[in-house]
Design a protein around this ligand. Structure first.
Ligand SMILES: NC(=O)c1ccc[n+]([C@@H]2O[C@H](COP(=O)([O-])OP(=O)(O)OC[C@H]3O[C@@H](n4cnc5c(N)ncnc54)[C@H](O)[C@@H]3O)[C@@H](O)[C@H]2O)c1
Ligand SMILES: O=C(O)[C@H](O)CO
Length: 324
């Protein structure tokens, strides 16, 4: 008999067919309480759960007594209560690697667009304000040969360092719990404490996961250490930065600009002051959102689920120790 799974994300037809060939699929739009209630029996039967968005915690697990594998269409897994999964011996699979280069591209896009004010000046031209030669009011700041500090020197941090160092001749700083030999050898990257990184970087770039340690890692005190002409980029998770403190720093002119792909609340509220600051570039959490990469993530998530239900967790598993 095929294992029962709940699918809470729309898949392309070919990937749905691949999943349905191996599993008995119940498809729902999301993990809302209404869907959990309406499909209570399917939740009770399910051995697998595949999708992204929505909390997977002890409450949900209590409704899924047969669950063995969760497969997330994301690398970040802060939506999952891993301790609760471990207690129940539920394996969590995710999609690292396939999205790394695309997210690094997005971060570089934020670096360039904040420094050179691309969205702001695009709107200015389209609004008909370009009536004579531009002057200092339209100038930006250089990116090349500046210092880029990375918080979260993992897969995405390394791919960003590669672009910044080889593409733009930038000096790379990083803050990490351990020395990263490859970062030192390939990019001449220097490990430093958080304070030094914030004081010396022209661009502070966050590609950290959201954990108890990283929640509000960057608050008012940390922002105050940054140079007034520095830029903050966040493509990790919104709550790594205290958003109220960031708004206050930007409003007080203590930072040059910010580039944000992630927010404390998503979608960001339409009345957030961040949306009316001209020096803030906002994106709707599109770090990995290209056609090719999103397809690759969904493909990996399907294969991860099938492999883990079959007892194989050699690749892309957050908690292999949970496998009984
Ligand atoms: N904006 C997006 O669309 C998007 C897309 C993909 C990933 N992300 C985010 O980026 C994160 C990183 O992805 P990755 O594939 O590079 O993961 P990774 O595990 O390879 O890298 C994360 C790095 O952060 C480091 N780290 C963790 N806690 C730290 C701390 N307290 N201090 C210093 N360093 C710490 C880890 O040691 C690791 O090197 C994901 O967890 C996710 O939250 C966002
Ligand atoms: O963690 C990830 O993979 C991205 O944020 C997409 O959700």
């Amino acid at each position: 008999m095929k294992p029962a799974v709940i699918l809470y994300k729309k898949l392309p037809d070919d990937l749905y067919a691949r999943l349905a060939e191996q599993c008995d699929v119940t498809e729902i739009s999301n993990l809302s309480p209404e869907n959990q209630q309406q499909h209570a029996e399917a939740f009770r039967q399910a051995e697998g759960l595949l999708g992204s968005g929505g909390k997977v915690n002890g409450d949900l697990l209590a409704k899924m007594p047969n669950l063995r594998v969760c497969s997330s269409v994301s690398v970040g897994y802060d939506n999952f209560d891993v301790e609760a999964l471990n207690q129940r011996n539920v394996v969590l699979m995710h999609t690292p690697t396939v999205l790394t280069e695309t997210v690094a591209d997005t971060m570089m896009a934020l670096v360039l667009s904040t420094a050179r004010r691309v969205p702001e000046l695009d709107a200015w031209v389209k609004a008909g304000h370009w009536q004579k030669s531009i002057g200092p009011a339209q100038f930006g700041i250089d990116v090349h040969h500046k210092t880029l500090g990375i918080l979260g020197m993992g897969r995405i941090g390394m791919a960003l360092a590669q672009r910044a160092h080889f593409g733009f001749g930038m000096n790379i700083l990083y803050n990490a719990r351990r020395e990263h030999d490859e970062a030192q050898t390939r990019f001449g990257a220097r490990r430093c404490d958080l304070e030094t990184l914030l004081k010396e970087s022209d661009f502070v770039c966050i590609s950290l996961p959201l954990t108890r340690e990283t929640h509000h890692l960057i608050g008012a005190a940390e922002l105050a250490l940054m140079k007034p002409d520095a830029v903050l980029i966040n493509a990790g998770r919104g709550p790594v930065v205290d958003e109220q403190a960031l708004i206050a720093a930007l409003q007080a002119g203590k930072l040059h600009a910010a580039g944000l792909d992630v927010f404390e609340q998503e979608p960001v509220s339409a009345d957030s002051p961040l949306l009316s600051l001209p020096n803030v570039v906002t994106l709707p959490h599109i770090g990995s959102a290209t056609h090719e990469t999103r397809y690759g993530m969904m493909q990996d998530a399907v294969e991860n689920l099938i492999a883990a239900l079959g007892g194989s967790v050699d690749k892309n598993c957050v908690n292999p120790q949970a496998l009984k």
